[in-house]
Design a protein around this ligand. Structure first.
Ligand SMILES: Cc1cc2nc3c(=O)[nH]c(=O)nc-3n(C[C@H](O)[C@H](O)[C@H](O)COP(=O)(O)OP(=O)(O)OC[C@H]3O[C@@H](n4cnc5c(N)ncnc54)[C@H](O)[C@@H]3O)c2cc1C
Length: 573
């Protein structure tokens, strides 16, 4: 990390400085422009043609990727020397967010941009970059990422695919990769296999290489307009020059790529949620029952308010983190700085992935509900969106794996001395024992509960903490709720004009929900870690820490709902 750069996870240890927080209300003209380009492209060229994609017209999918290349979307954050636009990671996030109108196209775009262009940019040799990047960035060549296998999904390093070094320096690859997005029409694959059955390694494999083929399309629950196939490697001949990174360092390629991929997936989910809020509001305004529009019923206003507020919170978290990532990259140099920033903010990327995908699923479920019977039939898009979104909790690391990673990475960094978590937890424990420790503000109290939970869990389980998944997952939920609530609060603090009241409403709703989640999770954790008098002491400390006065969120949801219905769209954009 460059000196002076913000540290990932540091938000847990003290108050954030609101003046350094990036919000969607403070974007540059360049960032807005690329965002509009993405939005117009998807609205005019992708959404009206979704049926063609769903009928698996892969020539058309290629055409769309080509168009997105021409518009600079595939290379939004890639250097100009390879045909990229050279914008920052915030701009890349905005593009992912604004392409979300078609989840199927977003999957194709994401596989190409995040999972193929990014690793070649970060780990490719000058020759590999020159050979592949200009065509991938222009959308002339289509890429796919082949990590998973039928027997190794979450356990990606347990891959069976093998590589053997040949006398000419090249490699022979054997194995079968599964669920490969863009598999049906990709020209080039980033493939992971173990050299001599041991050293996990990345390769760039072209479809035209001998021994490379793809299998049949999977029949999926959703994303019918996205190609998903196996990749078959039968004595596939890969030239020496197509080794990506170093032998035995494939995990570096795989995991670093996933870090930023998760972050962009979060952005795509927020974009989808914002669109669904608008869809629900317009439907609720037009549908009449009992002589009134359903938008006038409290039950529906509650839904619209809650959907908007949850979307607002994850969106705030994403932009805030994008701002920190860009600031960190700006202090360093080249692809090394990008890699370091992605690693630094890996915890936040996992939070964005989990919170984004679960918020989207919540919002799309409510969207179906608001549409009633029409939500369940294919005449309305609510049904397709609902099916398409489900996979977001499965790929780019399942939400269980990401939840385990969130506290796991924080603990590891703290043990390495990278983040002074252990000391902070110890200080908090001393404060609690002396009858102090309560925070002045609500989010501050959330952070203290998170620290208390992390500290007690590390003390109780020591090195065996990895075996306590239920505990880690509950801590992750506390951390996710805290990060979202704080990000909303920081954004609301920066909001001005008439909109500021709606920002404050959304923040109050999210904070109220976070307090409930945090209390439930903390009680569950404490009861798992202690009993009798010790448990009673911990619970008393929790009550002292978590003194949150409820606010009237009913009126706040109604206000947001009514404004959403009046505008016919998500109001925070
Ligand atoms: C539409 C689609 C597109 C995809 N695209 C790609 C692609 O382009 N490239 C690619 O490489 N892969 C791709 N995948 C694969 C995807 O990444 C995997 O499906 C995912 O990583 C989960 O692996 P799995 O399916 O083997 O599930 P498993 O790993 O078997 O998991 C099953 C369940 O067990 C849980 N679990 C597993 N291990 C643990 C653990 N240690 N602790 C706690 N719980 C655990 C999981 O969270 C999950 O709930 C795609 C999948 C789909 C469905």
């Amino acid at each position: 990390m460059a000196a002076g750069a913000a540290k990932g996870g540091a938000w847990l240890l003290g108050p954030a400085d609101p003046t350094t927080v990036l919000t969607p209300e403070h974007l540059s003209e360049e960032q807005r422009l690329i965002g509009r380009t993405a939005q117009e492209f998807v609205d005019k060229e992708v959404v009206p043609n979704i049926d063609r994609l769903e009928q698996k017209d892969w020539a058309f999918a290629r055409q769309l990727l080509r168009r997105s290349g021409e518009l600079g979307l595939l290379g939004v954050d890639a250097p100009e020397e390879f045909g990229g636009v050279g914008l920052d990671k915030t701009a890349a996030l905005i593009v992912s967010r604004n392409l979300s109108g078609s989840a199927s196209f977003s999957a194709a775009f994401g596989a190409q941009g995040n999972l193929v262009i990014t690793p070649i940019l970060l780990f490719g040799t000058p020759e590999q970059k020159a050979r592949y990047l200009p065509r991938l960035i222009a959308g002339e060549m289509v890429g796919a990422y082949a990590l998973s296998e039928s027997g190794s999904g979450s356990d990606a390093l347990g891959a069976n695919a093998r590589a053997v070094k040949l006398p000419d320096g090249g490699f022979s690859l054997n194995g079968e990769k599964m669920w490969i997005t863009n598999g049906g029409f990709a020209d080039v694959f980033v493939v992971f296999a173990k050299v001599d059955g041991e050293h996990f390694t990345a390769f760039i494999v072209e479809r035209g290489f001998p021994g490379v083929s793809t299998g049949k399309e999977e029949h999926k629950m959703g994303l019918h307009g996205s190609s998903t196939t196996p990749l078959l490697l039968q004595d596939a001949r890969v030239p020496a020059g197509n080794l990506l990174g170093e032998i035995g360092k494939g995990h570096k390629v795989a995991f670093n790529v996933l870090n930023f991929g998760r972050f962009k997936l979060g952005a795509m989910c927020v974009g989808g949620a914002a669109l669904a809020v608008g869809d629900s509001a317009r439907y609720a305004a037009s549908r009449k029952q009992f002589g009134k529009t359903i938008a006038s019923f409290g039950a529906i206003r509650h839904k619209l308010g809650e959907m908007s507020a949850r979307t607002y919170a994850v969106e705030s978290l994403l932009y805030r983190t994008a701002g920190l990532i860009d600031a960190s990259i700006a202090l360093g140099e080249g692809s090394g700085a990008v890699l370091a920033a992605m690693e630094e903010f890996a915890v936040e990327a996992s939070i964005a992935k989990v919170a984004g995908s679960e918020t989207l699923d919540f919002v799309l479920d409510e969207n179906v509900q608001i549409h009633g019977g029409n939500g369940f039939v294919r005449d309305y898009p609510a049904e397709r969106h609902y099916r398409d979104a489900r996979v977001n909790r499965i790929f780019e690391g399942t939400n269980e794996i990401n939840r385990l990673l969130i506290p796991g990475m924080l603990i590891r960094r703290s043990l390495k001395g990278d983040l002074p978590l252990i000391g902070a937890a110890r200080n908090l424990q001393d404060e609690i024992l002396s009858g102090q420790g309560s925070a002045d503000d609500t989010v501050g109290s959330f952070k203290k509960v998170a620290l208390m939970a992390l500290g007690l869990a590390m003390q109780r389980y020591g090195e065996d903490i990895a075996e306590q998944q239920e505990v880690l997952i509950a801590i992750a939920d506390i951390l996710i709720a805290t990060a979202c609530a704080e990000s909303a609060q920081l954004r609301a603090a920066a909001a001005t004009g008439q909109a500021a009241a709606f920002h404050a409403d959304a923040t109050a709703i999210v904070t109220d929900g976070a307090a409930a989640t945090i209390e439930t999770m903390a009680r569950r954790l404490l009861a798992a870690m202690a009993e009798g008098d010790t448990l009673r002491t911990h619970l008393a400390a929790l009550r002292r820490l978590l003194k949150v006065m409820p606010t009237d969120t009913v009126i706040r949801r109604r206000r947001i709902a009514d404004e959403t219905v009046r505008r016919g769209s998500y109001i925070f954009q």
